[in-house]
Ligand binder design. Structure first.
Ligand code: NAD
Ligand code: UD1
Length: 310
């Protein structure tokens, strides 16, 4: 039996695929390569790559008929909050309709487990911190609304159809292969790219939207892969879990860490805050810890690894 990883050619997906293959599993990746890259994926006879969209209902149906998936990891999405504000309809089709097409096929083919990459964005900007899974949500952007809707479809599928759906609310993930070339990419990959270019003499700036005091719970991608595998193995069906470190870091602190590691920084430019941007975010991870999860990398350790790598 094989495992389907949607979005497997992307940043987080490719790290998951790598570990699944190292465990001797047969993996199928469905990815339209809109932000992912084939070069992110290893060469392996146990890996089948299918180029296509999760919004192609017919393709999704055929894929589930052709392969006998035991588990589905659904990571394909437009991952940028900002892009969802600019293109809500397109993002809705991918981030919400796509989930439903996959769920429909998973249910009809009797797939056992369905693990969904949800987001801390569902919590919005409500003041209570750290975020616990049972707290009220307040999705502020089209991205957050679609993640929340998808998450509900996934976890409710357990009661409605017996599909063992588990949703993981990733906080801010960083690490190797997070593509910095797009303005929509994650902030750490953009900052490190700017520092790298600065070191080669390019006249670049580091841009901060807002005052830089906004915080995130930055989690290294290898720890996120561990969480995905724990969720597959022993996540309680119908449940939602935060995936973070429990530590809050502001953008200004992040830049201090980078300066400590690299020894220098480009000029910082402060630009207007992004609409829908969240001020503070940090996870309570005790629910996932009860399943045996424990993040192995601090932000500083993850950053050092990443900077060494690039
Ligand atoms: P990414 O952009 O690197 O990966 C997304 C992948 O999905 C890409 O390979 C892309 O080509 C693919 N994709 C996009 N639209 C598709 C479509 N219509 N059909 C098939 N494939 C499609 O981003 P990532 O950071 O690796 O994000 C992976 C998942 O984790 C996403 O669901 C994202 O919303 C979620 N997430 C990410 C973070 C983070 O901090 N990076 C935090 C919370 C949740
Ligand atoms: C990120 C993820 C999203 C995920 C969410 C969970 C990406 C692209 N987005 O969104 O998929 O669901 O975490 O919390 O991975 N910023 C700057 N300068 C820059 C870029 C960003 O100041 O050059 C700021 C942003 O305005 C924001 C913060 O940095 O305040 C983080 O931005 P970003 O990395 O895009 O992440 P989120 O919007 O939190």
């Amino acid at each position: 039996m094989s495992v389907l990883v949607t979005g497997g050619a992307g940043f987080i997906g490719s790290h998951l695929v790598e570990v699944l293959l190292s465990q001797g599993r047969e993996v199928v990746v469905l990815d339209d390569l809109s932000t992912g890259k084939l070069s992110n994926l290893p060469d392996s006879s146990s890996l089948e790559f299918v180029k296509g969209s999760v919004t192609d209902e017919e393709l999704v149906r055929r894929l589930f008929e052709e392969f006998n998936f035991s588990s589905v990891f659904h990571l394909a999405a437009v991952a940028s909050v900002q892009r969802s504000v600019e293109e809500p309809l397109y993002c809705h089709r991918v981030n919400c309709d796509g989930t439903l097409y996959l769920l429909q096929s998973a249910v009809s083919r009797g797939v056992k487990r369905f693990i969904f990459a949800s987001s801390a964005a569902v919590y919005g900007d409500l003041p209570q911190l750290p975020k616990r899974e049972e707290m009220p949500v307040s999705p502020l952007t089209p991205y957050a609304v679609d993640k929340y809707a998808s998450e509900r479809y996934v976890v409710n599928s357990f009661r409605l159809y017996g599909l063992e759906g588990v949703a993981l609310r990733f906080f801010n993930v960083f690490g190797e292969r997070q593509d910095p070339s797009s303005p929509y990419s994650g902030v750490i990959s953009i900052f490190i790219d700017r520092v790298k270019r600065y070191l080669t003499g390019e006249p670049v700036t580091v841009d901060i939207f807002g005052d830089g005091r906004q915080t995130r719970d930055f989690i290294y991608v290898k720890d996120v892969v561990s969480a995905l595998l724990i969720a597959e193995e022993r996540g309680v069906p119908g449940e939602v879990y935060n995936v973070g470190t429990g530590k809050e870091t502001s953008l200004l602190e992040l830049l201090d860490y980078i300066r400590d590691i690299v020894g220098t920084l480009p000029e910082i430019r402060f630009l207007p805050e992004r609409p829908g941007d969240i001020k503070r975010s940090v996870a309570d991870i005790s629910k996932l810890e009860k399943l045996g999860f424990s993040p192995r990398f601090s932000v500083k350790e993850g950053l050092s690894n990443l900077i060494r790598e690039v």
